[in-house]
Design a protein around this ligand. Structure first.
Ligand SMILES: NC(=O)c1ccc[n+]([C@@H]2O[C@H](COP(=O)([O-])OP(=O)(O)OC[C@H]3O[C@@H](n4cnc5c(N)ncnc54)[C@H](OP(=O)(O)O)[C@@H]3O)[C@@H](O)[C@H]2O)c1
Length: 264
């Protein structure tokens, strides 16, 4: 959204409470398909999704409709109209048995992961030009919505303790780089699947303690908890994250890789 605001070539839209482009409904999908067919943009960037992992588990039909079936129809429309597609996917297509490369076969543990894996497959089968950008733990400004960083920062800045898991791993990256690099990768002619992630592979607990230090707050406010203790409905991948060799070839290898501190 921020990139689009600063660009003459990009136009951004969010649901923002309006039903116009709600792709959990037939009318919303039809509106998106008409827009693709009529406006024929050079590229459609699809970042919207039903992202609450436990809600996806509770409302599996809705999650599959919004995250997979709608994406399938949008991908077919893009293919027919020769509109390029950038789609955001997740390390949750994998089972958390260690960070994977772009080539590894998906093995999702929960409905959200299954819906994203199904969307990826549908995009490949639609036969158009596409770039699937897999990300994990994107770090965004608090004013840009709820995310790991904003949850931790909001509480720590109010001197409230946060309980954060010690057994979920990832390599977070800031949404600024994710957005810029996605478009740059497309412009460089990258197609297929691309992983974007940071240079620090660490637990959510360690990431939260680094956020505390970064904000000048006492890291002791971050309290360790295990995934099991959280009692969540959906299973979570433990050793998640993404291997980023392809990203490194495109945007620089260590020491240029953004560590979590650089992302913060
Ligand atoms: N956050 C993560 O940890 C993470 C990790 C890996 C991958 N991803 C992927 O990255 C992408 C962006 O994630 P995010 O964290 O930025 O998600 P987010 O903050 O939850 O934002 C999701 C966006 O999707 C829109 N949306 C939700 N349901 C919709 C519907 N039925 N029809 C149309 N629009 C709808 C929302 O619009 P409103 O705000 O107007 O409701 C919102 O703008 C998603 O594809 C997600 O699967 C995220």
């Amino acid at each position: 959204m921020r990139l689009a605001e600063a660009s003459d070539d990009l136009q951004a839209t969010a649901l923002g409470g309006s039903a116009a482009y709600d792709f959990a409904t037939d009318a919303g999908i039809d509106a998106i398909l008409s827009s693709v067919a009529d406006d024929k943009p050079g590229l459609l960037v699809l970042a919207a999704a039903m992202t609450n992992v436990d809600r996806c588990e509770r409302e599996a039909d809705r999650a599959m409709r919004a995250n997979a079936e709608a994406v399938s129809r949008i991908a077919e429309a893009c293919s027919e109209s020769e509109v390029g597609l950038i789609f955001y996917s997740s390390d949750y297509v994998h089972d958390g048995s260690g960070p994977k490369s772009e080539e590894a076969a998906p093995a999702p543990l929960n409905v959200y992961g299954r819906s994203k894996a199904a969307a990826e497959l549908a995009i490949r089968e639609a036969g158009g030009e596409y770039l699937i950008v897999r990300i994990n733990v994107p770090l965004a400004r608090p004013e840009d919505g709820e995310n790991f960083y904003s949850f931790v920062a909001r509480n720590l800045l109010a001197d409230k303790p946060v309980k954060i898991v010690t057994d979920q791993w990832g390599n977070p990256l800031d949404t600024g780089r994710i957005a810029r690099w996605s478009l740059e990768a497309w412009q460089k002619g990258e197609r297929g699947i691309l992983h974007l992630g940071g240079g620090s592979y660490l637990t959510r607990f360690d990431a939260a303690r680094m956020i505390a230090t970064h904000l000048g707050k006492d890291p002791a406010l971050v309290i360790s908890i295990s995934t099991e203790q959280l009692n969540q409905i959906a299973r979570r991948p433990r050793r998640g994250g993404l291997l980023i060799a392809r990203q490194s070839e495109l945007f620089g290898t260590a020491p240029d890789l953004p560590t979590i501190l650089r992302s913060l």
